[in-house]
Design a protein around this ligand. Structure first.
Ligand code: R5P
Length: 288
């Protein structure tokens, strides 16, 4: 049984095609004071239930909806509950960067009391150890880069933390990978990139990352690469939040294409590549 809570566009349809399973659309509403309400309009007794959901936009309400739904499904007699949350909010606060800070992702994941948790390109994979059941991260970047027909000469990560993602995508195209030396000021949020000779002259560079939020990281990365002689810079990210003037920043930095996956419940202006069938197969293989 598939329960569509608040999934990105196309996700329910893709899962239904792959799994040929019954689909229930959860009822959701908001009370006048802002509190959320969910209802499952069907029988889930003795069923293995897959909940399709995302954590953006409205991160806080989306989490409460998920907590209510998982608990409700067990109340209604579901055998096992598998959560597929295509974007996991709060995942960038995965450490105590400054004394006294909450490790937000720890609390968020500990409170999801499902049997299994699936997400897409979580900021740091090790965060999934905070989930008490089995948890899996689906790497969307090779899928979207291949489906979008990009032809990079080189794949770069905007920081060392994203190098693994760059390596996986570079392998897909048989090209080299590397990373930029990024620093973010933990108080002002300002991003700086240290000069590093990457031999990008005359090359088509694909930068890959988990997320575009304000666009500052990728705009700065692209500017740095053009200064070093890159011919063309394109980007592929799993989650294109595009906060504020992110689009203008990216265009202003000369980025030719922004490719992303359908992981958020928002309208897109970017090139959105549907990952629902690949993700459904990934889930199916792990819960069989
Ligand atoms: C940071 O480590 C992340 O992987 C992203 O690079 C970052 O969060 C993107 O944020 P922004 O678009 O605001 O620079």
């Amino acid at each position: 049984m598939i329960v569509c809570l608040r999934p990105p566009k196309g996700l329910c349809e893709g899962f239904a095609r792959v799994m040929e399973d019954e689909v229930l659309i959860a009822e959701r509403k908001r009370f006048p004071d802002g509190e959320v309400y969910v209802r499952i309009p069907g029988r889930v007794f003795n069923e293995d239930v897959i909940v399709l959901h995302t954590g953006y936009p409205d991160q806080n309400s989306s989490l409460i909806e998920l907590y209510l739904t998982v608990d409700l499904l067990y109340d209604l007699g579901a055998e096992r509950v598998h959560v597929v949350m295509t974007y996991t909010p709060y995942s960038r606060q995965d450490r105590r960067f400054r004394e006294g800070e909450a490790i937000s992702i720890k609390t968020i994941l500990k409170l999801i009391n499902a049997d299994t948790y699936f997400t897409v390109d979580i900021h740091k994979k090790y965060s999934l150890t905070y989930f008490e059941g089995e948890a899996y991260d689906f790497p969307s970047l090779p899928v979207i880069s291949r489906k979008a027909n990009v032809r990079p000469d080189m794949v770069l990560a905007p920081d060392r933390g994203a190098l693994e993602r760059a390596k996986i995508v570079a392998k897909e195209f048989g090209v080299p990978s590397d990373y930029l030396e990024k620093h973010r000021d933990r108080i002002t949020g300002e991003v700086t990139i240290k000069p590093k000779n990457l031999k990008v002259e005359g090359k088509r560079v694909l930068i890959v990352d988990d997320i575009i939020s304000t666009g500052s990281t990728l705009a700065l990365a692209a500017k740095t690469l053009y200064q070093q002689g890159a011919k063309e810079v394109e980007v592929a990210v799993a989650h294109a939040l595009m906060i504020g003037d992110a689009r203008e920043k990216l265009r202003g930095a000369g980025i030719k294409r922004v490719i992303t996956a359908n992981t958020l419940a928002r309208e897109y202006e970017e090139e959105v590549i549907d990952i629902s069938e690949e993700l459904a197969r990934f889930v199916e293989e792990r819960i069989a």
